[in-house]
Design a protein around this ligand. Structure first.
Ligand code: ASP
Ligand code: MG
Length: 355
């Protein structure tokens, strides 16, 4: 008997009708396999909860924030389990603390470090279908934590790891990973197989199909991921380690992705000496601001230089405050450009291909 992990994203469980469809998909695997289901919240719910927290405070308590925004998953899992029960099948919802799923790291950006298998294994043995909340875990203080937006992908991959699953299928609203965004370009093609490194780049550089850190988890633990649509029964994309590309033997580029929410920051006239970049970036990293591209010009007089870098546009205000408050650096001018888009061309073949 195989162990199969099925993960459903927000749109796949976005309405009661969709949840009924998902019930059928789960049952189609149940006949011959041990099935563990992970669900995200119904689409839009997590955003609504975040909005509510902001209406209370821009500085909402971290632990309460995670306790709040992880509730959508509880509702979705109970609905799926209830639907399976309705059709006469043994199923129940499992909150992260009931499994339990342990995490490390700060609130709203934690990573799973251990999943206890005993309770779920007993339940599986009794013939039940566990429906586990994605996106959440508990920390050492037994408080609820969340795994970053899109984090139920990471839950599925770590469940696949700890349960030594034979398959991990991510059900979403697109039928796989495309060479570029099919809504922006009609010629986009579905990729049948993609390597972890390329998928990691696609995901970090704008393709919204999977949470980037979850792809990293999959790579580190060698978990094959199948991305499929819960709307159409079609073959999807397999994310896996190195493979011989029979399809396109001389393929250099795998995909093109883009982001619209980047911002560029230039600090003009900083001292041109070793260690300056660290003085600038350290406080940003402590505040969980992700710096993407960095350009530092050669200084004509070896005294001063300009440093330009990009961040997510939602981090601009925070970044400005941190740099202005940084007593350890001096500069002439600080400027921001929020109207920035980034286009990335991705393919491991480029490493060995001049031009
Ligand atoms: N519901 C969470 C979010 O919207 C987690 C997920 O969708 O994977 O980010
Ligand atoms: Mg998602």
């Amino acid at each position: 008997m195989k162990t199969i992990v099925l993960k459903f994203g927000g749109t796949s469980v976005g309405s009661i009708d969709r949840i009924k469809k998902v019930t059928k998909i789960i049952l189609s695997y149940k006949k011959n396999n041990r099935v563990v289901v992970i669900s995200s919240a119904m689409s839009g719910i997590t955003n609504e909860l975040i909005k509510k927290s902001r209406m209370i405070s821009n500085n909402f308590n971290g632990a309460e924030y995670d306790a709040l925004i992880s509730t959508g998953e509880q509702a979705a899992c109970a609905l799926i389990a209830g639907s399976l029960n309705h059709y006469g099948f043994k199923a129940r919802s499992w909150m992260s603390w009931q499994v339990p799923i342990l995490t490390d790291g700060p609130y709203s950006n934690s990573r799973i470090n251990k999943i206890f298998t005993k309770n779920l294994n007993l339940y599986l043995k009794s013939g039940g279908i566990p429906i586990v909340t994605g996106f959440q875990g508990i920390n050492d203080n037994l408080r609820l934590t969340t795994l970053g937006r899109g984090g139920s992908d990471a839950s599925a991959i770590m469940i696949a790891k700890f349960f030594k699953a034979d398959e991990c299928i991510i059900y979403t609203d697109v039928d796989g990973v495309y060479t570029t965004d099919p809504r922006l370009h009609k010629k986009a093609k579905k990729i049948k197989q993609i390597q972890y490194d390329e998928m990691l780049e696609m995901a970090s550089l704008g393709s919204k199909v999977m949470q980037p850190s979850s792809v990293q988890d999959a790579k580190l633990n060698n978990i094959n991921i199948n991305v499929k649509s819960s709307f159409q029964n079609k073959s999807g994309t397999l994310i896996t380690k190195n493979f011989k590309k029979k399809e396109f033997s001389n393929q250099i580029i795998t995909g093109i992705s883009s982001t619209k929410n980047d911002a560029k920051i230039t600090i003009a006239g900083v001292k041109d000496k070793p260690g300056v970049a660290a003085l600038i970036f350290e406080p940003l990293s402590k505040n969980l601001i992700n710096v993407d591209m960095v350009v530092q010009n050669i200084s004509p007089d070896s005294k001063e230089t300009d440093l330009t870098f990009t961040i997510k546009s939602e981090d601009v205000k925070k970044t400005e405050k941190i740099i202005k408050g940084n007593k350890r650096i001096s500069y002439r001018k600080l400027s921001f450009d929020k109207n920035l888009a980034k286009i990335s061309i991705i393919g491991v073949g480029m490493i060995t291909t001049p031009g």
